[in-house]
Design a protein around this ligand. Sequence first.
Ligand code: OGA
Ligand code: MN
Length: 252
Amino acid sequence: MTPLSTIAVPRAFFGENFTASLIDDLMRQGWAYAPQALDPDLITALRADALHLIAEGEVKAAAIGRGDLEQRAPQIRKTSIAWMDGASQAQRDFLEGCEAMRLSINRALFAGLFEFEAHYAHYPLGGFYKRHLDAFSGPAQTGGPSAMFGPRAGRSRIVSCVVYLNDNWRDEEGGQLALWQECPLTIDNTPDLDALNDYPPSQLISPKAGGLVLMMSEQIPHEVYPSTRDRLAIAGWWRVNASIGGRIDPGR
Ligand code: OGA
Ligand code: MN
């Protein structure tokens, strides 16, 4: 038997109470935001890592959709990405904090989140990402965020996270994340993102260093406004194992 003391517990970003309050916001309103949440040294190391990957040409134009449906759509998304693979100490530290978060979310919500994927995103000057949901698979659920965890075919990304790496970002520089707490439905029960043109966002978040956002991936429509300066972020997703039921999880 393995002695308990040798089982590694992933180092969390935050203490238990702060983590619990974030998860509470996520459940109550479908999203959570904490400014200056992550350790400044970790943010500095992640920024250096991202800038290094950009300099090496490892950050490439992003597509939308997955698998066969994947397409480059510059009118929807103008940003470049590099997937995190744990190649640097900064990435390993970040992924470890996200693993601790996964365990906390699973404990609090019986969520069965299975794995995490994340990429650096570099928005050039004038970069943007039009209004979207990070995941969608069928009619929206009723009953609030916790209803997301019921059995359901085809779902995959459940909780999204975004972390900002921009030092001294000023509000006038734009690049805010706009999010809407609810998504109207068409008569076919599919999300009607265009209907939100008539509604101001529930929240505007400037991409300031260390800020952390959590969102229910299938529920919270959001959009990245153009900025007058380069914008660096990490976007990540906790997923359930979508290959359950004989369906192979589509590639990314
Ligand atoms: C995304 C995304 C938000 C942001 O990458 O899917 O919505 O503020 N990012 O960078
Ligand atoms: Mn998104």
